[in-house]
Design a protein around this ligand. Structure first.
Ligand code: ADP
Ligand code: MG
Length: 476
């Protein structure tokens, strides 16, 4: 018998009916209309976005099982979501959204061994007094490998992450340290590893925690409750520990000690540790040497800014998941202009969708240009006089106090003048305000600095190189 959307869906319904409550079935499954069957992908029409979200949240597992029974492992589910307010038009307007195929993460029940522990272990994630130790993984199922587009910029990190997920604790990538600038996918990749471990090894306890949260929990454990040991024991019983933005441990000696103990115990017992940071271990500051040296035991993988191809892929994946169709030229335009970071890329998409929905506009190139312009401008605006001073002092390898001091040494005067010049150029601060921020000078000094920089740029090659270098650093 040839399979059609109708026959496949009818068979699915039969299976689903046997496995859920009659009310659930009537409410959420009877209104669904099968639309199309194409290459292992079944499209079903649902009456609203809310309906779609409810199905995805509550019934995604059963839908998946039913579909796999009928169409095999490669089966895919697509939704035709009927848009609200489109009931007046004769032809219903719909958007296409793929199923995430992922249920929300379930809490993990963990049996804590009683060695060394006289009392019940307290889980710093839950309110004290609860008996059972339920460990929420804190993983976001949408941050999975399927949604993490591969490219030259992330290949090492992505494949090392995969290897770790397939064999947690069993590779030489322990710890796996993922580092790179903001918005390049560190948090996403770290979650993806955890999500995949839970897929493959449901019994392993995975825990994602931000370093800020870890620090706060440690403080609470020690200061308020005096149970540092409980805190350590809790973390030492995790199978896969993911700690995000570890650079925030900088300067926190006590918390570093605690983390050191947890790390050692986990590592000795073949448990997996995954860390992320905005810097490579060699560049981290105010972190104890013994901890740094452990960070280097496994593999450090850098995430870099994605290249053009990857940006296109990320955009397309994002739009596909949001169920919107955007002309190719618009996608290309965005990918060409937003280069530094994936979070911005996504920001542009969000604005684009919002704008076109509010103003009932098409996804035109003109609309995209307006939005991209705004984004680029906003990024520039974020540069502050403070930030400029820091960049300039770092470039000349002098400290901030020296830059602001009264010294008349030539190279320091030049550095100071450059800081003033860039402040005038890149911020909205007045001459007077720039002057007062850069070593309490008056507006005339700033004006003089700007003129001097202009003159020197035109006449002095070395000086022009300074200006070019610093410009680059400031235009991230
Ligand atoms: P970071 O932690 O490095 O600051 P995030 O992991 O928060 O960055 O990523 C920012 C956003 O960009 C997230 O929404 C993430 O899903 C998305 N993103 C980053 N890299 C990729 C990628 N390779 N493919 C798809 N989405 C990505
Ligand atoms: Mg992050």
């Amino acid at each position: 018998m040839i399979k059609t959307a109708e026959t496949v869906w009818a068979a699915c319904l039969e299976f689903i009916k046997d496995n859920i409550t009659p009310v659930g079935f009537k409410t959420w499954f009877e209104p669904i209309v099968p639309v199309k069957l194409e290459g292992g992908a079944l499209t079903i029409q649902v009456p609203s976005k809310f309906f779609f979200e409810f199905l995805e949240e509550n019934y995604v597992k059963i839908l998946r099982s039913a579909l796999v029974r009928e169409l095999g492992k490669e089966a895919r589910l697509l939704y035709d979501v009927r848009l609200e307010n489109s009931y007046s038009s004769k032809v219903p307007q719909t958007v296409k959204i793929p199923s995430s195929n992922r249920a929300p993460m379930q809490p993990q029940n963990v049996n804590f061994p009683s060695k060394n522990i006289s009392r019940e272990v307290k889980n710093p994630f839950v309110i004290p007094g609860l008996q059972k130790v339920k460990v929420e993984s804190n993983l976001n199922p949408n941050y999975c490998f399927e949604n993490f587009m591969e490219g030259e910029s992330n290949r090492l990190g992505r494949s090392a992450g995969m290897a770790v997920a397939n064999k947690p604790g069993g590779t030489s990538f322990n710890p796996l340290m993922i580092y790179g600038g903001v918005g390049l996918g560190k948090t996403h990749l770290a979650h993806a590893i955890g999500v995949q471990v839970k897929d493959k090894y449901p019994d392993k306890t995975v825990l994602y925690v931000s370093t800020e949260k870890f620090i706060q929990q440690y403080g609470d454990a020690v200061l308020k409750n005096n149970n540092r040991n409980d805190f350590l024991h809790f973390y030492q019983m995790i199978d896969v520990l993911i700690v995000d933005d570890i650079q925030f441990l900088s300067g926190k000696t006590k918390t570093q000690d605690a983390f050191f103990q947890i790390f050692n115990e986990l590592h000795q017992n073949g448990k997996q540790v995954i860390l992320t940071s905005d810097k490579a271990p060699v560049d981290m500051q105010d972190i104890e040497q013994r901890l740094l040296s452990r960070f280097k035991w496994g593999l450090s993988a850098e995430l870099q800014a994605p290249d053009y191809e990857t940006r296109i892929n990320i955009l397309k994946n994002r739009l596909y998941r949001d169920g919107v169709e955007v002309p190719e030229e618009v996608i290309e335009f965005i990918a060409k202009h937003i280069k530094t970071n994936v979070r911005e890329l996504e920001g542009v998409v969000t604005s684009l969708i919002a704008q076109s929905a509010f103003n009932k506009k098409e996804f035109s190139l003109t609309l995209a240009k307006g939005i991209v312009d705004k984004f680029v401008k906003n990024t520039k605006k974020e540069v502050s006089v403070d930030y400029i001073q820091k960049v300039v002092s770092k470039y000349f390898e002098i400290d901030l106090a020296t830059l602001q001091s009264k010294t008349r040494k030539r190279h320091i005067v030049q550095a100071r003048q450059l800081a003033m010049y860039f402040s005038k150029k890149l911020t909205k601060s007045s001459l007077a305000s720039i002057g007062s921020q850069i070593g309490k000078r008056d507006h005339a000094t700033v004006l003089h600095a700007c003129k001097t920089v202009d003159n020197l740029t035109a006449t002095d090659k070395q000086f022009k190189k300074y200006v070019d270098d610093i410009s680059k650093k400031l235009s991230f």
